[in-house]
Write a protein that binds this ligand. Structure first.
Ligand SMILES: [Zn+2]
Length: 197
């Protein structure tokens, strides 16, 4: 489990921010981990705000909803840039489904961290082809802490890092994950992709 080396600003004269990334495949518990970290900050009366891209309309419009039905209210936004205005006065800013944001995400998170905000972003590190997803590689590069969480392969029970699309489609963004994807280990992912071509 990720234990924060520091969670507040203690007696520091100036606020100190940093960037945390929680990444992994589908069904790996990314959002649950994001919510766990945010809830504890909230209990400590820190000011938190959660953003997600407006594209993600799977569940309730206003909530970051994890698959175990734990949820925290969130603000859907169109551009990463919107976080600067809305999140600058927070102690902690959470970002869910970070992979769907534009390429400006890493720069925005750096700006927030530089101004003293703790930023925690959760997202898919790879798309259904096993390729780095959107702004995630850049975000992982500028983060102080990167946590890769794993799912369990539905075929062999090994550690799963891939999101295998079980229905044919060429779209990179396909929502409604439980029906259309399965978590697979490297071996079973490669086998599945070979069977497809
Ligand atoms: Zn497997």
């Amino acid at each position: 489990m990720f234990i924060e080396p520091r969670v507040g600003n203690g007696n520091h004269a100036t606020r100190r921010g940093w960037v945390e990334v929680i990444c992994g495949s589908m069904f790996s518990g990314k959002t649950e981990e994001l919510i766990r970290r945010l809830n504890r900050a909230k209990i400590a009366k820190q000011k938190i705000e959660i953003f997600k891209p407006r594209i993600d309309k799977r569940y309730h419009e206003e909530d970051v909803v994890s698959h175990n039905a734990n949820s925290i209210r969130s603000t859907p936004i169109d551009f990463a840039q919107d976080m600067l205005l809305l999140g600058g006065s927070c102690d902690v800013v959470g970002v869910d489904e970070a992979q769907f944001f534009d390429e400006g995400l890493a720069e925005v998170c750096v700006k927030l961290a530089n101004s003293g905000v703790r930023v925690i972003a959760a997202g898919l590190d790879m798309d259904y082809l096993g390729k780095p997803f959107g702004p995630m590689p850049a975000l992982m590069a500028v983060a102080e802490y990167v946590t890769k969480v794993h799912a369990v392969c539905v075929h062999c029970g090994d550690i799963a890092t891939y999101s295998f699309r079980s229905v044919p489609s060429e779209q990179q963004v396909l929502l409604g994950e439980t029906d259309s994807y399965e978590a697979r280990c490297r071996h079973c992912f490669v086998k599945g992709m070979k069977g497809r071509s």
